[in-house]
Structures are given as C-alpha cells and as structure tokens.
Design a protein around this ligand. Sequence first.
Ligand SMILES: Cc1cc2nc3c(=O)[nH]c(=O)nc-3n(C[C@H](O)[C@H](O)[C@H](O)COP(=O)(O)OP(=O)(O)OC[C@H]3O[C@@H](n4cnc5c(N)ncnc54)[C@H](O)[C@@H]3O)c2cc1C
Length: 307
Amino acid sequence: MARFEYLEARTLRQAISLLQRHGDEARIVAGSTDFLVRWRQGVWQPKYVVNIGRIASLRRISYSRRLGLRLGALVSVRDLETHPQIQSNYSALSAAAASFAGVQVRNLATVGGNVCNASPAGDTLPALLAFDAQCKIAGPEGDRWVALSEFFTGPGRTVLQTGEILTELRLPPPLPNTGSLYIKHSPRGAMDIATLGVASVISLEGSGRVCRNLRIGLGAVAPTPIRASSAESLLWGREVTPELITSAAQAAKADAKPIGDVRGSAEHRQDMVAVLTQRTLDRALDMARGNPMAFEMQRQFAIQAAF
Ligand SMILES: Cc1cc2nc3c(=O)[nH]c(=O)nc-3n(C[C@H](O)[C@H](O)[C@H](O)COP(=O)(O)OP(=O)(O)OC[C@H]3O[C@@H](n4cnc5c(N)ncnc54)[C@H](O)[C@@H]3O)c2cc1C
C-alpha cells in the first residue's frame, strides 16, 4: 500500500486551498469507507489525503415545508435512516439508508461520499434522483449548482473538477398526497451491494386517483443511476389503474440497460426492474392515499423484499 500525507481541513476554505495546492495528487475523504477499501486494493494511490470529515458546517440537516430538505455532504447514512422528517417526508431515502450495509458502516458513510463515489449501485442514489436532488458544489471559483441527474458521467465519474467539493444536497418539499419507497434487491440483503435498486416517488391529485407527479430512480442497471423516464411519462396526469401500473413497470424494464456480472445476469436484472417498479409503485400509492399501515410497513418491506 502506497503511503500518503494526511491533511485535515477544519473549514471549507481550508479544504479548497489544500485541494488547489495539491491538484490531482490529492483525494478527499469523508467517512473513508470507500477510500480505505480502494487504497488497500491499490486502486487509489493519492500522494495527499484531504480529510473533510471535521468541517462542522457540512454536517447540517434542515427541513421546512417551504424549502424542503437540505443535507450537508457529511450527513451520515445512519442519520438519513433515523431522522424523523426524512422518515415521514422522504421515506424512500430513509428506506434506502436502512438497506445500506450494517450500522457501523452507516455511521461512518456519508451521503456526499455515496454520491461522489458514483457507483451505479449506490443505494441512496435512486431515491435522491427520484426526489429530484440538486447538488451544491464549492470550488476555487465559488459555488455552482448541478442537478443530480446531470452529476454522474460514468461509473465512478462525476462532473466534479479538480479542487471541487460537493457541499450540500437539496430536495424540494414533497407535494401533498405523496408516497415513496426504495427496494434493494441483493442476494444477501443489507450486507451486500445492490444487484439492483428501485425508488418510486408518486404524488396524487386531491381526489386520490390521478397521478400529479411521478419519478422513478433505478440503480445498477446502467453505467450511472438513471431515471425511468418512459415509465414516468405513462402515468403523469392520468388516472392510476392497476393496468397502468403494470404498463409502467414494463416500461421501466425497457428503460433499464443492465449488464450481467457476478451479482446477476442482464436478463435477471431487467426482469427484476419490472417486479420492483411494480412493488414500489403499489406501496408508494398506498402511502399517497394515506393508508397508515403503508407507512409502518415500508421500512420492513424494503429490507425483506430483497430475498
Ligand atoms: C463493508 C462495506 C459495506 C458497504 N455497503 C454499501 C451499501 O450497502 N450500499 C452502498 O451504496 N454503499 C456501500 N458501501 C460503500 C460506501 O460505504 C458508500 O459509498 C459511502 O456512502 C461512501 O461514503 P464515505 O463518506 O465513506 O466516502 P469516502 O470513502 O470518504 O469517499 C468516497 C469517494 O467520494 C469522494 N468524496 C467524498 N466526499 C466528497 C465530497 N463531499 N466532495 C467531493 N468528493 C467527495 C472521495 O474523494 C472518494 O472518491 C459499503 C462499503 C463498505 C466498506
């Protein structure tokens, strides 16, 4: 394992200046859960490691009905799982966090690290896409905003330039009558990388019958996490029927372009996209219609359904 010089930033400004000074020879770490694995494997061999994990301003979570959810990049996956406002307003995100590794890893892993690692199978990513997250990026030239849907450029690759840091994610407030769910499919459940993951967020008109808004995020079925756009457009503005849900699930299957690997063949993944899209939509609809049992069951369901 190659040695590196360890540098710790206490402020964002310090972190940016360290990254500017050391350029491509430096790598940011936050929770280090991805970093340590890659470093030990010899895949990442930076000369300098810049730890941003102690920058307090990046740990904040705030929620308001008007502004929605703001997540500092250092918010832990465990916080996503347990925060009451996230559980009630962004339930697909807390379900994704609950399906993520074990508690020890969830305590260290950050949401910013999950996003910047840009794995197609990252568990928080389909839900963040389905909640239309926006990314705030700080760099030597100041701040800029990028939609999460534009953030990933390939497996492990993002729009981040040398010296830039993801500082915050913003999720718009949920519309009234919204339900959402994430289901991870993996052979071993939580302690495994997703074979695939599906997050659906659906909002209904006041009548409870017509779809006002729908976003579906898919993980591990393309080089980056993606939205199932053709499935979404089938339901927008239309009365939601069981037949239409089945058609949307089939359309999501066509939106997915998976490869086969040790976790599953391309055909298996594609078939499972239809199954999990249908399940997430059915449960999310129950929640949107105010079925109280749906809320109680959603976290249990997200984990059990993996088997
Ligand atoms: C045992 C184990 C189990 C795991 N299980 C899961 C799982 O179930 N689901 C899942 O999705 N992942 C899983 N992971 C992967 C990992 O835990 C997550 O990707 C985690 O969210 C990474 O966050 P981190 O803070 O630890 O990132 P780090 O390891 O610190 O960094 C990851 C990458 O992101 C960059 N980075 C981090 N923060 C920023 C930032 N703010 N701005 C710019 N770049 C940044 C780093 O430079 C690095 O390239 C697992 C890992 C381990 C070791």
